[in-house]
Write a protein that binds this ligand. Structure first.
Ligand code: ATR
Length: 276
């Protein structure tokens, strides 16, 4: 008799270049878990149906959600974890023990883990500058604040969007401004804008960077990202790109689904090798 295999998938559009199937297959291998993880392209208006169809099939237990469906996933989940509530978007769905559709957002945890565990950068009592105020930034603010930084400044091209995000976290040491208005220097600077997709840099004063500043670009690329190259040129002490965050957010998903946290180092090393 054939052994039943549990099914997982990532849904998005586009999806062809997703590294999630590779990452989760390596996690499954390393932890001796029997599962199948697929990439599923979903039409722009077909997410709700695709979701229902997926979970209606026996043994289809969990989904990774990527652009552009993270906000819709948040709306469709029956139960959300506390950290996902504020994120306004989900990257992880699964059926809980009562068959309810449950959602989480592991992006922020992935970012914090990559900073702390893989790079030895603590956010506790740190001055943190976050560039951007879109979905990617909203998804990571709660876990960043949970690390108890001294303060978090959100700077964005459209200042009103940064202000709206800061208001979501009222009572916490969070403020908002435009790029040109950022003053002082920071311990950690996180680039969550998509400016580099357009070949741009967020125009913050170079004085935000000192030689003890760590710059983290949530984007990643084969070579140094445009933002991280700029940061190095300004004398930043350390630059990190988002590849580690990608692997760590997946490891959190895997832990939620399978109850075992995979080691991430081998996967990270392999992905980095394959990109170069
Ligand atoms: P995501 O889900 O990746 O966060 P998004 O919600 O569209 O995508 O947000 C993109 C972020 O990058 C926003 O903060 C955006 O600034 P605006 O809110 O002013 O649009 C920022 N961004 C995009 N292109 C940029 C550019 N060329 N320069 C500076 N910021 C840019």
């Amino acid at each position: 008799m054939a052994t039943a295999v549990d099914h997982y998938a990532v849904m998005g559009n586009p999806i062809a270049h997703s590294k999630s199937p590779f990452i989760h297959a390596m996690f499954a291998d390393a932890t001796d878990q029997k599962l199948h993880y697929a990439a599923q392209l979903v039409e722009a208006n077909g997410f709700e149906k695709a979701l229902a169809t997926f979970f209606d099939q026996g043994g289809h237990l969990g989904l990774s959600i990527t652009v552009p469906f993270k906000e819709q996933a948040w709306q469709l989940a029956e139960i959300r974890t506390e950290r996902a509530e504020k994120a306004g978007a989900l990257n992880t769905l699964w059926l809980d023990s009562e068959g309810k559709l449950k959602g989480d957002n592991t992006d922020g945890l992935g970012l914090v883990r990559d900073l702390k565990m893989n790079n030895g950068v603590s956010l506790k009592d740190a001055r943190v500058l976050v560039l951007g105020a879109g979905g990617a930034v909203r998804g990571v603010l709660e876990p960043i604040l949970a690390e108890q930084p001294k303060d978090v400044v959100i700077a964005n091209r459209t200042v009103s969007k940064a202000e709206t995000l800061a208001e979501l976290f009222s009572g916490k040491p969070v403020s908002a401004c435009g790029f040109a208005e950022v003053t002082g220097s920071f311990d950690v600077i996180i680039n969550g804008t998509s400016a580099s997709l357009h070949g741009d840099l967020p125009p913050v004063p170079a004085s935000v960077i000192t030689r003890t500043t760590t710059c983290y670009d949530m984007m990643y690329s084969a070579g140094t990202t445009v933002f991280n190259q700029w940061a190095l040129d300004q004398g930043a002490g350390k630059v990190i790109d988002g590849l580690g965050m990608l692997v760590e957010q997946a490891a959190e998903q895997f832990a939620i689904w399978r109850g075992v946290r995979p080691d991430t180092e081998a996967v990270f090393t392999k992905l980095r090798q394959e990109m170069s």
